[in-house]
Design a protein around this ligand. Structure first.
Ligand code: HEM
Ligand SMILES: N[C@@H](CC(=O)c1ccccc1NC=O)C(=O)O
Length: 284
């Protein structure tokens, strides 16, 4: 731009020393891969709200990517007995869940009339087929081999899901920690990675009772236990926000993924990731 085009007093980045020549240097957009990210919104209809719908899902998937990264790091830190690091990472996971939960407030502004303009274009695609969501559930301990099936068209997704099922869940990592700290955890609970949802086990309930009866004597486990309750609390809020938004937008229609829709999502509200940590409260 020539000087005569510059209004008096306007900020001139060049004279202030700001770099302006990026043909041979890495710029903001280069580093962040923005050309790829910002060209990945491809609405199938001319409905005004389809862009909202796409961006809502894409941003959720980005936060889920970070959540998986932090959850895996937390699980490793627990296995390595690096408790302060694990606590920091789990606190971050809860903040990420808060981001995911707040995002529903944007999508809630979409009415049934807005959504029905493009719902048919979605075909049979559905969040039910979200690989990262399933990996998160598996990592936390809500494991179910049947949920791998919708990914069978994609060998890389199946590989990642199976790899996850071959690792101890976050909850199993915590229970192994409890055993290392001298608490009574039956061998069978942590002997091999589980491929089924965790069911309440009386011995684990007794173990948490010991911890919660005397927090000072078992401080590390007490802190980890509360972090898990925090995490599940946020997770439940996500499920609740989802089912409420779904009922608001499609009522009791079947889902595009083929489930009963709201009836399926309500059933998922009953899932308990860390059942003993909730049930121990009644016994205190
Ligand atoms: C208007 C918005 C939405 C509607 C109407 C909707 C509807 C549904 C329905 C009916 C299901 C059950 C599966 C099926 O049969 O399709 C489902 C599952 C799912 N949706 Fe959504 N959804 C919406 C937004 C979102 C958003 C923003 C996300 C974030 C990524 C999301 C993620 C998921 C996931 C992960 C599942 C599987 C849940 C599970 O198996 O427990 N959905 N959705
Ligand atoms: N299952 C939704 C469709 C839906 O919401 C969706 C479709 C494609 C990609 C992500 C979606 N989000 C959550 O399920 C429905 O039945 O309307």
């Amino acid at each position: 731009m020539t000087d005569k085009n510059k209004p008096d007093g306007a900020y001139d980045p060049e004279t202030e020393g700001a770099e302006i020549a990026f043909s041979d240097k890495m710029s903001y957009g280069d580093y962040l891969g923005l050309p790829q990210i910002l060209s990945a919104q491809n609405p199938l209809s001319s409905a005004p709200d389809e862009l909202l719908f796409i961006i809502q899902h894409q941003t959720s998937e980005l936060w889920m990517k970070l959540m998986l990264h932090e959850l895996n790091a937390a699980r490793q830190a627990i296995a390595d007995d690096h408790l302060p690091q694990a606590m920091k990472l789990l606190a971050r996971v809860s903040r990420i869940m808060e981001q995911l939960n707040s995002a529903w407030d944007v999508l809630r502004t979409m009415t049934p009339s807005d959504y029905t303009q493009f719902r048919d274009d979605l075909g049979m695609s559905s969040g039910f087929q979200s690989l990262q969501y399933r990996l998160i559930e598996f990592a936390l301990g809500n494991r179910n081999l049947a949920m791998v099936k919708p990914h069978e068209h994609d060998p890389e997704s199946v590989r990642r899901l199976r790899e996850e099922l071959d690792r101890p869940s976050l909850y199993q990592a915590v229970l192994s920690l409890a055993r290392r700290r001298g608490l009574d955890v039956p061998d069978a609970v942590t002997a091999s990675p589980s491929s089924e949802p965790h069911q309440e086990i009386p011995e684990i309930m007794a173990m948490w009772q010991t911890v919660y009866h005397d927090p000072a004597a078992h401080w590390a486990l007490y802190e980890v236990g509360e972090k898990l309750v925090d995490l599940e609390d946020y997770f439940r809020r996500w499920r609740f926000n989802h089912v409420t938004t779904v009922e608001r937008v499609i009522g009791f229609k079947r889902g595009t993924g083929g489930t009963g829709g709201v009836s399926y999502l309500k059933r998922m509200l009953e899932v308990e990731l860390f059942p003993e940590l909730w049930h121990v409260r009644t016994a205190l």
